[in-house]
Design a binder for this molecule. Sequence first.
Ligand SMILES: Nc1ncnc2c1ncn2[C@@H]1O[C@H](COP(=O)(O)OP(=O)(O)OP(=O)(O)O)[C@@H](O)[C@H]1O
Ligand SMILES: [Mg+2]
Length: 284
Amino acid sequence: NSARLYLKVKTFNSELQKEVKKATTKLRANNERLQMMADRLAVANDKLRKLDNAKSEFISIASHQLRTPLTAIKGFVSLLLEGSYGKISAEVKRVLNEVYTSNERLIELVEDLLNISRIESGRIEYNFEEVDLKKLCQEIMDTFVIRSKEKHLKLALDLPSDSLPEVLTDRNKIREVISNLVDNALKYTPKGWVKIKVVKIKNDVQISITDTGIGINKKEFPFLFSKFSRGKDINRINVGGTGLGLYVSRKIVEDLHGKIWVESRGENQGATCFVELPIKLKTK
Ligand SMILES: Nc1ncnc2c1ncn2[C@@H]1O[C@H](COP(=O)(O)OP(=O)(O)OP(=O)(O)O)[C@@H](O)[C@H]1O
Ligand SMILES: [Mg+2]
């Protein structure tokens, strides 16, 4: 009896071993397949990364190449407008002004594209220094005075009366961000005013740009900061744009450890864009 039992256990055991072996083989095969798939994914990933780099590289090179002739056009048109090549009629002056404006727009676009390729390849470089944001906002405002007058918009600057601590940040990059926001405010405001305000809030300096323009629908909020995205509201007025300003601005502000956001009570209620920068960079 016990011999029979022993035999039974033995058979069972060998059956079990066979099963385990089968399962192990299967597992191993599965494992190998997974490994193969992982390898293939890694190769595909690598290819994608290379393609992406190539694309960024292309944009970067193309933009650089575009910048030189565009700058030359700007220079020559300026000279023509100044009368360096002889007196020009009012009609020609008007046309040249159009050329100048369109060219400026192209230069901005190229600058944006360059920024994007720098951002996406992680090659954007920051130079931190102590920046007086009150002074910077004054300078930025000065560059927009003519444009606001042309559109009959009131441009105001609201600075705190007491002195503001300097902020450790990148002056040129912040100038670009604020300029983008003021550009938007003026662009999307058919009538009324635009105000640049600077305040200190706890450990941050907050800059806000408020306008009385077409406003932004809440539904648009999640998309405004995406690449090439333009709001639907802009269909109500006829203005050009690429949808890169806010995308680039957000990247910059986040790299500078700040925050950027937009508020609006809705259609035709104007909008406010906020930028908040830490006064002292948090040490990591
Ligand atoms: N002050 C504002 N008032 C109303 N809408 C705004 C305002 N600022 C931005 N927007 C909306 O956000 C969108 C994205 O702005 P963004 O600056 O990124 O692009 P853009 O102004 O269309 O083009 P670009 O800045 O590249 O010339 C705009 O198309 C517009 O719909
Ligand atoms: Mg813009």
